[in-house]
Design a protein around this ligand. Structure first.
Ligand code: GNR
Ligand code: NI
Length: 170
């Protein structure tokens, strides 16, 4: 097991669109184990491969309070969406303490493959639905801040710039 470094803004690699997984092998299992370890250590509810500089369509999530409900999602596709919600979102790749409400579907039906390549479907609402949409965005090179107003994006950009300047001074 290994803790993987998480890319943060303004890293351009966060903008690369990930490619479908074709090989369901031991390397993939190791990668997914490392992604879970990295997600748990960072206290995230989800982590997409793009965030650890792997351009493949994989994400992991655990939205449980007990942190023992692992879901590994490969080659995800949202096959239906219903309703709207506005959950407060943050992102391990955005930093600067930035978070805001983002419009998302309230309910989604996910079609994906598991670690063995076996297809499955999953219905999700609320936080899990938000997380699924947030992680699929990562795989397409999209960050939650892209879905905010230009004014809010500018505020967040400045906040990140400021916190990075402070870090560089230390
Ligand atoms: O830890 C995370 N929390 C979160 C809260 C609301 C909506 C989405 C998320 S995902 C985020 C971890 C992360 O950046 N995943 O890509
Ligand atoms: Ni994120």
């Amino acid at each position: 097991m290994a803790l993987l470094p998480i890319l943060t803004l303004p890293d351009p690699r966060l903008r690369i669109k990930a490619k479908p997984v074709e090989q369901f092998d031991a390397d993939l299992r190791r990668l997914v184990d490392d992604m879970f370890e990295t997600m748990y250590k960072s206290n995230g509810v989800g982590l997409a491969a793009t965030q650890i500089n792997v351009q493949q369509r994989i994400f992991v999530m655990d939205v449980s309070d007990t942190r023992d409900q692992r879901i590994c999602v490969i080659n995800p596709e949202i096959i239906s969406r219903e309703g709207k919600q506005y959950e407060n979102e943050g992102c391990l790749s955005v930093g600067g303490g930035a978070y805001d409400r983002v419009e998302r579907a309230y309910k989604v039906r996910l079609r994906a493959q598991d670690i063995e390549g076996k297809p499955f479907e999953l219905d999700a609402t609320e936080l899990m639905a938000t997380c699924i949409q947030h992680e699929i965005d990562h795989l397409d090179g999209i960050l939650f801040i892209d879905r905010l107003s230009k004014l809010k994006q500018e505020r967040i950009r400045k906040k990140i710039e400021k916190s990075q300047k402070l870090e560089n001074r230390e």
